[in-house]
Design a protein around this ligand. Structure first.
Ligand code: PMT
Length: 362
């Protein structure tokens, strides 16, 4: 009989099986030490702390990973939200996909706003001792915006308000989330979880994962039979095996256990608030799926968004009235900014002193 899938086990069983199957990430002890010190500091200062998760997780196809499955998330939602939490006086643990967008530096990412375009070489003064080597300056038109971002960044850094912890794979994410949530227990109701990361729903269990790079071509004679080639791997028991010359790679993925249940009922501190996100592409499913998640995990808020409109509209699904509330950035305010809703809310607040410029749909 086939072993039960993790999704078919009780949450506690799935947790034990999942976390026993993988070695903890190498960086975990260091990240835990950093998080412990950060949390202790803010417990002492009675400050609220939010764990923001951000960016996409990868699913490796090989243990010595050459190839992996990824997703679209750039970390815009997480990085932008983190800035607004900092402005509201929170300390932020930013658990993010390595090399995804970060709070503050996201304004000058390599692809959309290359920082080099913001700079100029100032002419050297006549009495310069080093002619031809004038100082590098921020161009006039960007001074105000850059000053403002720089000041906020410096403030967060100098006052120990922002802790950056990277992950790459889905299992690294799970280990980090579990450890940090448990470390946050002394914060009690001062803890908030804001789960904006795009977490893979499917993965390859360690027991079925190839150790080495999956081969697509012929192997040398001395290795034939000892390595796994693409048409021998991940074919499920009941699936038809591709013919030996098909060169197909058939990937058989298991569902990743949803650890939200464990987070809400076990890992997170008593009295803390948990906000999760729900991403869909089919508009007719979004509210239904977000409501189902809220009912299933009994947490506080699900923020729903569609892939195509996520920068301009989100829906808040809450256990209490009004249960469903849409926030939309008016068309006139949909700037070319990459940041979308959070920045537009911030912009509206800055200009009007509140967030009333967001359209609230019926
Ligand atoms: O980064 P951007 O480009 O700005 O995009 C932002 C975003 C669209 C990724 C973000 O707004 C968002 O919707 N994130 C959640 C996407 C997602 O993973 O949805 P989900 O239905 O798979 O998961 C729902 C929740 O359960 C998430 O909060 C996730 O963190 C959590 N989860 C998911 C899978 C899993 N195995 N365990 C979990 O705890």
């Amino acid at each position: 009989m086939a072993a039960p899938l993790l999704g078919e086990m009780s949450p506690a069983e799935a947790e034990s099986v999942y976390f026993n199957e993988y070695p903890p990430p190498k960086a975990l002890p260091r990240h835990e030490a950093l998080a412990r010190a950060f949390i202790d500091l803010h417990v002492e200062e009675n400050r609220r702390v939010v764990l923001v998760t951000s960016g996409g997780t990868t699913v490796p196809l090989e243990a010595q990973t050459v190839r992996f499955i990824d997703n679209f998330s750039a970390g815009t939602r997480g990085a932008t939200s983190a800035e607004y939490f900092l402005e509201q006086g929170y300390a932020v643990i930013f658990l993010h996909r390595q090399y995804s967008l970060l709070p503050y530096s996201r304004h000058y990412s390599h692809s959309t706003n290359c920082f080099l375009d913001f700079m100029d070489e100032a002419p050297a003064s006549a009495d310069s001792t080093n002619p031809g080597h004038g100082p590098i300056m921020v161009r006039d038109e960007y001074q105000d915006q850059m000053r403002s971002v720089l000041r906020k960044y410096r403030y967060a850094k100098q006052n120990n308000r922002l802790l950056l912890l990277p992950f790459t794979t889905v299992s690294e994410y799970m280990f980090e989330l579990r450890s940090i949530a448990k470390l946050m227990r002394p914060l009690g109701p001062n803890a908030l979880f804001y789960l904006a990361a795009a977490v893979s729903d499917f993965f390859i269990p360690r027991s079925r994962m190839a150790e080495h790079k999956i081969q697509s071509g012929e192997l040398p004679p001395h290795m034939s039979g000892s390595a796994i080639s693409s048409d021998e791997i991940y074919t499920g028991e009941n699936e038809e095996k591709p013919s030996s010359n098909s060169r197909k790679l058939v990937i058989n993925l298991d569902p990743v256990p949803k650890f939200l249940h464990q987070l809400v009922d076990g890992w997170a501190p008593e009295g803390s608030m948990v906000v999760s996100f729900k991403l869909e592409t089919d508009p007719s499913l979004l509210v239904y799926k977000a409501r189902t998640a809220l009912q299933r995990y009994s947490h506080h808020l699900v923020i729903g968004n569609l892939l195509s409109t996520r920068k301009w509209e989100v829906v808040f699904i809450t256990p209490d009235e009004p249960h469903e509330r849409w926030l939309r950035v008016p068309k006139s305010r949909r700037s070319k900014s990459i940041s979308g809703v959070e920045d537009q809310v911030g912009l509206a607040e800055a200009k009007k002193g509140n967030s009333a410029t967001l359209e609230q749909a019926e």
